[in-house]
Ligand binder design. Structure first.
Ligand code: NAP
Length: 244
């Protein structure tokens, strides 16, 4: 079964690795091409945007795709909506790892989007650890008062807040290292997207132990009527059932 996996996540790579070894599956993984040196899935990979809903629809037809797994990052809302529109006539599932939830001792300030996160930082942060990845940092660029430690895999493009240190690093991160970072940089506020997963959650444990507030940006909604799988195993079961 010719299957498109919209990727850019660990789950997408894991699913591609499972399917690649199975008879009857012909998998193509797609990456947006944002990261300079991406971790590549096994098997066929294409890189770059499709050109909106219409471009994706044409690509699906031209490549005789029979099923689509949207395994993109929970904050990649545009491509998920595009997939739902373009693959409306195909079996389609969204693979989304569960979000993090607040635990005892956490001091989360939940916000719906980057703009509200920036407003909250302006009101409450002096020394801010901004761990939202490379995209979206521009929403904080006009905040001249707080100091930022900005961590991302690749350097963010566009304007940055004037007072900052840029730390280029790729997870997973350990709690001890995150704790050291909070202490060394005298952080008083952490900002993160609710990405979920165990690769980047050490910062939450470190913030909890240090008694620091966390601005937690909620996920954008999935397309209406989306069929969601929370694990790679579930998505793989679904793919096999579609292939039968
Ligand atoms: P987005 O806002 O949802 O998508 C913007 C555009 O990028 C889409 O319209 C599409 O271009 C292209 N695109 C996105 N994902 C693609 C994919 N897997 N294959 C081909 N084209 C893709 O996405 P984003 O937030 O910029 O994220 C881009 C990629 O980075 C995603 O694949 C995601 O899994 C990964 N990622 C994102 C985050 C994050 O925080 N947003 C974090 C980690 C990884 P066209 O309209 O031209 O098709």
């Amino acid at each position: 079964m010719k299957t498109l996996i919209l990727g850019g996540t660990r789950e997408a790579r894991e699913l591609a690795a499972i399917a690649a070894g199975e008879q009857g599956f012909d998998i193509v993984s797609s990456l947006a091409g944002r990261v300079r040196d991406p971790l590549l899935p096994v098997g066929a990979v294409r890189v770059g945007g499709f050109g909106g809903v219409e471009g994706l629809r044409e690509w699906l037809v031209a490549n005789e795709i029979e099923a689509v797994v949207d395994a993109t990052h929970p904050f990649a809302g545009v491509i998920s909506a595009n997939a739902a529109a373009a693959a409306a006539d195909l079996p389609l599932v969204h693979l989304r790892r569960p979000g993090w939830s607040e635990q005892s001792g956490d001091q989360w300030i939940r916000v719906p989007d980057l703009i509200t996160a920036a407003k909250t930082v302006d009101e409450q942060g002096d020394r801010v650890f901004l761990t939202i990845g490379r995209q979206g940092v521009g929403a904080f660029a006009e905040l001249t008062r707080p100091w930022f430690l900005i961590r991302a895999i690749d350097p963010p493009e566009g304007a940055l807040p004037p007072q900052h240190e840029l730390l280029l690093a790729r997870g997973p991160f350990a709690v001890d290292d995150e704790t050291r970072l909070l202490t060394d940089r005298r952080i008083d506020l952490l900002v993160t997207k609710n990405s979920g997963g165990d690769q980047t959650d050490a910062k939450l444990s470190a913030a909890r132990s240090a008694g620091l507030p966390v601005v937690m940006i909620d996920r954008p909604p999935l397309p209406e009527g989306a069929v969601v799988m929370e694990s790679v195993a579930q998505a793989w079961d679904w793919l096999r059932s579609v292939a039968q």
